[in-house]
Write a protein that binds this ligand. Structure first.
Ligand SMILES: Nc1nc2c(ncn2[C@@H]2O[C@H](COP(=O)(O)OP(=O)(O)OP(=O)(O)O)[C@@H](O)[C@H]2O)c(=O)[nH]1
Length: 593
């Protein structure tokens, strides 16, 4: 008999996956996930155990038994603790909900095509003439139940939602083209899913192409520490083609399997909460917002509060464009009734009536004002200043460098810097300048962005400033490492002090066609260095303070000139005169205790 996957065995024996994993734990059998394989002996042992337990009226197959036997019919004496719940309800009666899935990956690797294929084959077609509006999410019906797909592919949408503190996706599909393998945005997508702690499934797309090389993708995945199951790891990898549809059914199966293991539940009777997926203003209809119901049930006529605004649901449509009256957990619905377009990622709550909605808004406004006032007056606690004094501290970093070689060198050095009480967590190591996505990732994960030999664009720097993210660029690897050392020590900003370097007399002024006026000088004390600070005094008066932008000995540019030598000093200033005294100094970091 060949090896058997855990979930296949669970299915064959009518036991749910979680129970099967629990049994394996009890037997001390190690596995990576429910799709790991079991050897023949273990399979026989499990079969024997289940047969015994069933014969003794035990609980091994209880979940399956309850699903085939309505609880109402069960003997109360035989199963006193069993809930009178539906097949998919937990012990406390909270039913399962459909998984919400997001698709991420590098440009052109086939995210949209995959979504289109699923939509085409798994969403009930509208009647001829019916137009399904894009609402930001759709529900696919599969043989394993409903799966909800966020249909704005890419990690920007995912991270924008996360940046507002909301988590919508339960599972992330990382699409990688089989003819292209891992690309920069693939790495970013992986980092985003990891930062959100969302389980990942890798879809190797375009396997229909003659040049497709799925094996290479699997090997490349190991370079980012994602080890496919076939290689003994725990990453589910599904080869597929969004063009022919081959493998898509497998992907849907794995999504359902992952969802089952995640044990996703939500109570339709609980208080409503949801998240804005997207919104737009329609010229005729007005503001249309798509809300993902996360808990509770939404009904037409309900009052909704988003941030400091509220609205009443006038009409609601599902992702298929049908008018509906109510929507339960894991349902994306388009809502008409907001007066202003809410932003994606904003959390939505409901209120009993207009008065309650107004009160909720008023209390939020009050809370915000109090928080603002408190921020201004607050004294920091020791722990806030120093970081937690006991626990292991994590230094979250996003690294950006010009080449793969520099990235690897940096990661190698950083790995050696980890200590028992400090963990260095490189959330993303990417080639090229940092992106807006990096800033969002940094803001959700509390990370610092360190760039080596790449320059952030003005717009990215601006967003980082707005969000209060540390984004630093270095040309010298050891300066970057110094910064990491500082972060390890406890995020203490470096303290610099000005240190005197030397003094020079200006003996003649040389006019240079390109560089302006150069001070032909004689160093009377200490030394001068390029890029040092300069202070020029004329008589008793300081006439200039700035930087030494260039130093020349004869025709050569030099870094440093010592006492007793003549040199040309180029200041970023044109009014230097013979007889001026130039004093050079530099800012030196003061080592912190
Ligand atoms: N042969 C083949 N081509 C595919 C497959 N999936 C996608 N493509 C093609 O690859 C190209 C890119 O596909 P898209 O679905 O637009 O890729 P994307 O990842 O959504 O791209 P962006 O939206 O630009 O990020 C298109 O020309 C598709 O027709 C596939 O499975 N096989």
């Amino acid at each position: 008999m060949s090896k058997v996957r855990i979930y296949t065995l669970a299915k064959d024996l009518g036991v749910d996956n979680n129970r099967m994993l629990q049994m394996l734990d009890e037997l001390g059998v190690s596995y990576k996930s429910a799709s790991s394989t079991l050897d023949e002996d273990t399979v026989e042992t499990i079969k024997g155990l289940i047969a015994d337990e069933q014969a003794n009226g035990g609980s091994a197959a209880a979940p399956a038994a309850t699903s085939s036997t309505p609880a109402a019919e069960a003997e109360p004496a035989a199963a006193p603790s069993e809930p009178a719940a539906t097949a998919d309800a937990s012990d406390d009666g909270v039913p399962h909900r459909a998984p919400v899935v997001t698709i991420m990956g590098h440009v052109d690797h086939g995210k949209t095509s995959l979504l289109d294929y699923i939509r085409k084959t798994k969403v009930a077609a509208k009647e001829a003439g019916g137009i399904t509006q894009h609402v930001g999410a759709f529900e696919a019906k599969t043989s394993k139940g409903k799966i909800v797909f966020i249909d704005t592919p890419g990690h920007e949408a995912f991270t924008t939602i996360r940046a507002r503190g909301a988590n919508v996706a339960d599972i992330a599909i990382i699409v990688i083209a089989a003819d292209d393998s891992l690309m920069p945005q693939t790495r970013e997508a992986i980092a985003h899913a990891q930062a959100a702690k969302v389980p990942m499934i890798v879809a190797i797309n375009k396997v229909d192409l003659p040049q497709a090389d799925p094996e290479r993708v699997k090997t490349d995945l190991t370079t980012v520490n994602l080890v496919p199951e076939e290689y003994g790891g725990d990453i589910i990898v599904v080869p597929l083609s969004a063009k022919t549809g081959e493998g898509v059914e497998d992907l849907l199966e794995y999504i359902s399997l992952t969802a089952e293991l995640e044990d996703l539940r939500a109570d339709p009777k609980a208080e409503f909460s949801g998240v804005i997926i997207e919104s737009r203003v329609d010229k005729q209809a007005g503001v249309l917002a798509t809300v993902m119901v996360q808990q509770g049930t939404l009904r037409v006529g309900d009052f909704l509060v988003v941030g400091e605004k509220y609205g009443k649901i006038k009409a609601m449509t599902n992702s298929n464009g049908d008018r509906i009256k109510e929507a339960g957990p894991s349902t994306p619905v388009q809502i008409l009734g907001f007066s202003e377009a809410p932003t994606s990622g904003e959390k939505v709550s409901s209120a009993k009536n207009e008065h309650a909605a107004r009160e909720l808004v008023a209390s939020r406004v009050g809370e915000r004002r109090d928080a603002e006032a408190a921020r201004q007056n607050r004294k920091l606690s020791l722990e806030e200043m120093m970081g937690s004094l006991e626990t292991v501290r994590e230094v979250n970093l996003i690294l950006r460098a010009d080449t793969q070689g520099s990235l690897e060198a940096l990661q190698g050095i950083l790995a050696r810097k980890e200590k028992d009480d400090v963990k260095i967590n490189v959330m993303l190591a990417g080639i090229g300048a940092p992106t807006e996505g990096d800033v969002l990732l940094a803001s959700t994960a509390g990370a610092t962005i360190l760039c080596f030999s790449v320059t952030p664009s003005g717009s990215v720097t601006k967003i980082a400033d707005q969000k209060g993210i540390d984004l630093k660029s270095y040309r010298i690897i050891y300066e970057l490492i110094d910064e990491v050392d500082r972060l390890i020590k406890g995020n203490v900003e470096p303290v610099f002090e000005e240190q005197y370097l030397g003094r020079a007399e200006v003996r003649m002024v040389i006019r240079h066609p390109k560089n302006g006026n150069i001070a032909g000088s004689y160093i009377t004390d200490g030394s001068f260095k390029r890029n040092a600070k300069a202070k020029v005094t004329r008589g008793k008066q300081v006439v200039y303070e700035g930087t030494i932008v260039g130093l020349k000995r004869f025709k050569d540019d030099v870094r440093e000139v010592q006492k007793g030598f003549e040199c040309g000093i180029n200041l970023d200033w044109n009014d230097v005169q013979e007889g001026d005294i130039i004093e050079a100094s530099e800012m030196v970091e003061v080592p912190q205790a």
